[in-house]
Design a binder for this molecule. Structure first.
Ligand SMILES: [Fe+2]
Length: 169
């Protein structure tokens, strides 16, 4: 018989004592979970464009979106593992990601070409949300989380620029 997966946060066997207060770690876990959810939903949207885009700019957009979703995939893992390192369970359910995400899923009938502008806006919205999270992490001296999220802002802003430039006529 296989062991059931834990569904509720269990007590850590070794207490997390990294110089951050419990309440602060909880708030940081919430911020990281939101960043994780945003990244997960955006990852799926970007991959949708990678697969379904067509037209004269196919190859460039196909390659560009691959670079972006690969970057986001690495980030998904780093964000989730940071949540674990500060003592909480990382969310794993797709439904939870959709509930926590600040960006919407693409509509069923959205044309891949029309999604370039949408993705640029999404990246910008995620960058903006991350900037607020960095301020909160800084306030409680979680320099590692602040640093990690600051690096993510740079990626999202760069990807937004590339999408804006690709969508420009
Ligand atoms: Fe691919």
């Amino acid at each position: 018989m296989t062991a059931k997966m834990a569904t509720k946060p269990g007590r850590e066997t070794i207490p997390v004592q990294i110089g951050l207060e419990g309440a602060d770690r909880k708030r940081l876990a919430e911020l990281l979970s939101q960043a994780l959810a945003n990244t997960y939903v955006l990852y799926a949207k970007i991959q949708g464009v990678h697969w379904n885009v067509s037209g004269p700019n196919f190859f460039g957009i196909h390659k560009m979106t691959q670079e972006q979703y690969e970057d986001l995939a690495l980030s998904i893992d780093e964000l989730a593992e940071r949540i674990r390192a500060i003592g909480f369970l990382a969310p794993t359910r797709l439904q939870t990601f959709l509930e926590l995400s600040q960006i919407e899923e693409a509509g069923r009938d959205t044309k891949p070409q029309d999604m370039l502008e949408m993705l640029a806006k999404d990246h910008q919205a995620v960058a903006k949300s991350l900037r607020a999270a960095v301020s909160e992490a800084d306030e409680v001296d979680d320099v590692f989380t602040a640093d990690m999220l600051t690096a993510r802002i740079g990626s999202h802003e760069k990807f937004a620029w590339m999408l804006r430039a690709s969508a420009a006529t």
